[in-house]
Ligand binder design. Structure first.
Ligand SMILES: Nc1ncnc2c1ncn2[C@@H]1O[C@H](COP(=O)(O)OP(=O)(O)OP(=O)(O)O)[C@@H](O)[C@H]1O
Ligand SMILES: [Mg+2]
Length: 332
């Protein structure tokens, strides 16, 4: 598939959309590498859907620029539309039709002849675990089945760029996992995915880079490791076999990691923070420390290297939790 020289599926600068006095999107710069899952993470009302709609040419930006595979979303909207597909927060399939009828109809609208349309529909229904439900009206689908048929509808023709706007909001853990598997499969086919989510673990699971947005602005951007490192490095947790080796272990670790070591309440356990900025650096550092413990004859029974969670990242960036309830939610 044709890509601009800079390898970017999406490039925006100073993108703005206002509704009355609300600056829903307030000057967003994004650079989304082609072939990856890019996560846009933000709470209710952050501006995620508004940003996606502008990129998908469904909404006109008030200011700034946006390019999709090098095509300007305003001046070359048709070229953009031919390369993208959108699975909205509010689904687009026909409730009264069956799952199979929906997919066949949409495939026909995309120009597939009847046998090819049927074949593609069957293929997707099988891939999404919907073969048994194929003959049922979509209005009788569960939330998870509904979300899956919606994504299936959006990839009838493999798009170069797929927008998934909160694809798992409100789904149970099992259905979320099924959707995650689908996203992974879609990317493995070469599609770039822009995924919006309110769930930090979802971005953590799927995305290679993440932009955290709040009140229409990007407040942090980077790889997961960079984001986590930006608010504090990871920590190694150790559990020794012999309590009488803890003092020696403390000394070895303090020197090896060059950071203070904390003695936990458990007489066998120690914790040390790692100051590296990258996951890889932290892992290398930690494994060297382990080797030195072994050289010193100290037996380690259990070892883990933990990074701060994305929840902690959000809290550190915004001073409030990602899932603070909005007044609207509290009222309902
Ligand atoms: N058509 C509209 N008219 C007026 N205000 C709007 C419109 N669409 C969005 N907004 C406002 O713009 C802001 C951003 O909304 P948007 O839907 O982009 O947020 P979001 O991040 O997608 O939130 P959610 O997680 O709830 O879907 C909100 O304050 C919202 O009320
Ligand atoms: Mg939204």
């Amino acid at each position: 598939m044709a890509q601009p020289d800079n390898g970017l599926a999406i490039e925006t600068s100073g993108l703005v959309k206002t509704f009355g006095t609300t600056r829903a999107v307030d000057g967003i710069d994004l650079a989304v590498p082609a072939g990856t899952v890019y996560g846009v993470l933000g709470p209710n009302g952050a501006g995620k859907t508004t940003a996606v709609k502008m990129l998908a040419t469904l909404l006109r930006p008030d200011d700034g620029e946006a390019r999709v595979f090098g095509h300007d979303v305003l001046r070359e909207a048709d070229a953009v539309r031919s390369r993208v597909s959108l699975t909205g927060q509010y689904a687009s399939v026909d409730e009264d039709l069956t799952g199979a009828e929906n997919l066949v109809l949409l495939a026909r609208l995309l120009g597939h002849r009847k046998p090819a349309a049927r074949q593609r529909a069957e293929q997707l229904l099988a891939a999404f675990g919907l073969t048994e439900a194929a003959g049922r009206q979509v209005k009788n689908y569960s939330g998870g089945m509904r979300r899956r048929i919606d994504i299936a509808a959006s990839i009838l023709n493999t798009p170069d760029l797929l927008f998934l706007d909160e694809p798992t909001t409100g789904l149970d853990p099992r259905s979320r996992n099924q959707v995650w598997d689908i996203v992974r499969a879609v990317v493995a086919q070469g599609t770039t995915v822009l995924l919006t989510t309110q769930y930090l673990d979802e971005a953590d699971q799927l995305a290679s880079r993440i932009a955290v947005i709040d009140h229409g602005k990007v407040i942090a951007e980077g790889t997961k490791g960079e984001l986590k490192a930006s608010v504090g490095a990871g920590a190694v947790h150790l559990r020794l076999r012999h309590a009488d080796q803890r003092a020696a272990a403390e000394q070895v670790l303090t020197t090896a990691l060059n950071t203070p070591v904390q003695l936990d309440a458990d007489p066998l356990a120690l914790t040390a923070r790692i100051s590296d900025e990258t996951e890889q650096g932290a892992a290398e550092h930690a494994s060297r420390a382990l080797a030195e413990l072994s050289t010193a004859g100290i037996t380690v029974d259990n070892f883990s290297l933990g990074q701060p969670s994305l929840d902690e990242v959000f809290l550190a960036l915004t001073n409030r939790p990602a899932h603070e309830q909005t007044e609207k939610e509290l009222a309902s």
